[in-house]
Design a protein around this ligand. Structure first.
Ligand SMILES: [Zn+2]
Ligand SMILES: [Zn+2]
Length: 142
């Protein structure tokens, strides 16, 4: 993805690209792949655009989500955003808090879609456990 991709998607949904919004786009574009919260974006953008508010950040992230350019999911009581559109699971390490994308069999989606009378619109898979790094650190090295 490029910065233009996000700018164009927002323009199409009639969102004006202000300097503050452009900084948010730059942040998001630089976070591919990766996971971030509205607070992460706020703290970073505030350095360049000191008058930006957290509410502005939330609004633009919501607009970007509505435009289909970013996804969000809930984990650890926080809303996380990401640019990865592939069907995947988000593995959260209980020890270090790191979020890692893990592959998930697409058949799961097919199974969900085959439920009679239901229509699946959004799936978010959050998996928690211990990441590779932390597992290794716990195991004494011989
Ligand atoms: Zn970890
Ligand atoms: Zn992810």
């Amino acid at each position: 993805m490029s910065k233009e991709y996000y700018v164009n998607a927002l323009r199409e949904s009639k969102f004006k690209i202000t300097p503050q919004r452009l900084q948010v786009i730059k942040y998001v574009n630089g976070k591919t792949p990766g996971h971030f919260t509205a607070e992460d974006v706020y703290l970073s953008v505030k350095k360049i655009e000191p008058t930006v508010t957290l509410a502005t950040i939330y609004n633009i992230l919501k607009a970007m989500k509505d435009a289909g350019t970013i996804n969000s999911f809930e984990a650890n009581g926080t809303t996380w955003f990401e640019t990865n559109h592939e069907f995947h699971g988000n593995f959260i390490c209980r020890n270090c808090g790191e979020i890692v994308d893990v592959p998930v069999n697409r058949n799961l989606l097919n199974d969900l879609n085959s439920m009679e009378g239901f229509s699946v619109e959004d799936v978010s898979l959050v998996i928690s456990g211990t990441c590779e790094k932390c597992s290794k650190a716990k195991t004494p090295q011989l």
